[in-house]
Design a protein around this ligand. Structure first.
Ligand code: HEC
Length: 506
């Protein structure tokens, strides 16, 4: 076997080694060092780890030159990669050099993965901060690319692996991660562009049909930098009760709309929001994570239609089910803008909906939180690295109080779960507790406020009277200098489960 590449080692073995200058990624210096450690720790050949510290400065200076040129290899006496993609190695004892075929090359093995799993966001003008479309771009960031894949930060998907199966799970299989790791360890050779076979196109993020396409009444140019959280009120066109059967957010300016959540507020709840809108200058009003009003009971949020982040599949509710929207309702679209460095542009985002006049089983979007939290009983002390709040209750016992759609004390099915916390949240878990054995619904080992998505179960979870639904949230407020509690502002926290619920099928 060939020796493991030193550009990776040089970073891990010497804290002195200055990281190569990176236009956009200086803030990731620590992450990069971790990437190196991680790649080293997992690679098969650990024998020469620790040997690179003496030439660390020289090697890290040259890490940005692609391996194919031969000039840029980090330690020429140990490894060179030729344009043919062969790697010349020496065992270091007799100085003899032999050609070794690289196990994986960019064009044959890595590029199809990047094209299938990364390019939808990492293209110029899209949501990700840099493109990953050419060999040079991927090569320059190879350690960070490997790290974010190995620790499952990219492609973005917060659900932990062994909880349950979800639709549209973009997680990469372990073999692919092993392959990327080996490719980086062997110097990230380019190989032959003719070896590239394009992967099948990614699944569509569009609805199969669109009944209503609604947009913000006029464009809005975000003002907060880099983040602006704003709510927009959109008229609901249908007369009479209508059932939403599918939902998708349609970002206007794709490089600045980071996530969106749509709520439908019934006529009797609208006055508060219209007052907020009227009081704020310009279109819309500031809001964070919710529709922006006082939330003293879960139904103050209205009907949660769906959360959307870039790359997310559209929400198509289970066949024969839908959410009832009364006539006279309005949609409140909550948008998180993350303004790119080169400035804000006007955005006019919207939502697309599939609707039906009637459905076989009316669904209820259940918001799950301990009502005591909403009354200020969710303290997260300043300086605390780990505060856990959890709560469990049999939802079937209270169902009749939560909604007029499903009576109390009947079996229900949960079809999807969404987790919602703000920025101090670090971990979340949703579990059905029952005598025959607990059932995991959603485990989020590393919460990231930027990736608000619903997780649709491949098979619905049955919850019988007597079963309890448990929600747990963990927070790290070690950097904070004030105590936090439940609230809707950027400086507040939440712990909310959102489930698409129907009566169990007979
Ligand atoms: C759904 C959109 C999306 C997809 C798919 C995606 N990325 Fe990203 N990526 C982003 C965004 C947005 C950021 C910047 C914000 C963040 O880090 O969350 C980012 C950041 C990154 C970073 C920088 C990480 C850091 O710590 O700053 C790397 C590296 C990266 N992506 C690699 C990849 C790779 C490799 C893939 C495919 C395996 C991929 N991404 C797929 C949207 C995406």
């Amino acid at each position: 076997m060939m020796r493991v590449i030193h550009s990776v080692h040089s970073m891990s073995t010497s804290a002195r080694a200055p990281l190569p200058p990176r236009r956009t990624l200086l803030r990731h210096a620590t992450t990069l060092a971790c990437a190196a450690l991680l790649v080293c720790a997992c690679s098969g050949d650990g024998s020469d780890s620790g040997s690179g510290s003496s030439d660390a400065e020289e090697t890290s200076d040259s890490t940005d030159a692609p391996a194919t040129t031969g000039e840029g290899t980090t330690d020429e006496s140990a490894t060179q990669t030729t344009t043919a993609g062969e790697t010349l190695t020496s065992d270091g004892s007799d100085g003899e050099t032999t050609a070794v075929e690289p196990t994986f090359t960019f064009h044959r093995d890595i590029r199809p993965v990047i094209a299938a799993s990364c390019e939808q966001c990492h293209t110029p003008g899209n949501i990700a901060p840099f493109p990953l479309t050419s060999y040079e771009e991927v090569y320059e960031l190879r350690e960070l690319v490997a790290l974010t894949m190995l620790n499952r930060q990219m492609p973005p998907w917060l659900a932990g692996g062994d909880c349950r199966d979800y639709e549209h799970d973009p997680s990469l299989p372990q073999e692919t991660l092993d392959m990327v790791e080996t490719w980086v360890a062997e110097g990230a050779p380019e190989g032959d562009p003719d070896d590239y076979v394009a992967p099948p196109p990614p699944p569509s993020t569009e609805l199969p049909s669109v009944d209503f396409a609604l947009t913000m009444p006029e464009p809005y140019t975000p003002v907060g930098a880099p983040d602006d959280y704003r709510c927009f009120i959109i008229d609901w066109p249908a007369e009479g009760d209508t059932y939403v059967t599918g939902f998708r957010a349609v970002p206007g300016a794709v490089d600045e709309v980071h996530h969106a959540i749509a709520f439908a507020l019934p006529p009797e709840k609208l006055a508060e929001y219209e007052a907020l809108d009227a009081a704020a200058p310009g279109i819309g009003y500031e809001c964070f994570g919710g529709p922006g009003g006082e939330i003293s009971s879960p139904d103050d949020i209205g009907v949660w239609l769906g959360a959307w982040a870039p790359g997310a599949a559209p929400s198509i509710y289970p066949e024969g089910t839908g959410l009832r929207i009364p006539a006279g309702s309005k949609i409140i679209l909550q948008v998180h803008y993350n303004v790119p460095a080169d400035g804000a542009v006007p955005d006019q985002s919207g939502v697309e909906l599939m609707v039906a006049d009637s459905v076989e089983r009316e669904a209820f979007m259940m918001l799950w939180a301990d009502v005591e939290w909403l009354w200020g009983q969710m303290p997260i002390p300043a300086g605390s690295p780990s505060t856990v709040h959890s709560w469990e209750l049999d939802p079937t016992a209270v169902m009749g109080f939560l909604t007029d759609v499903i009576p109390s004390n009947v079996p229900i099915e949960l079809h999807s779960a969404t987790h919602h916390m703000h920025t101090v949240g670090v971990r979340g878990n949703h579990t059905i507790k029952r005598q025959g054995g607990d059932e995991c619904l959603l485990e989020i080992p590393r919460w990231d406020f930027n990736w608000q998505n619903g997780y649709v179960f491949e098979a619905p979870a049955l919850l019988n009277p007597g079963d309890r639904l448990r929600l747990e949230c963990e927070y790290d407020n070690s950097a904070g200098d004030s105590d936090l509690n439940w609230g809707d502002g950027t400086g507040d926290e939440m712990c909310l489960g959102i489930y698409y619920v129907t009566e169990a099928s007979p």
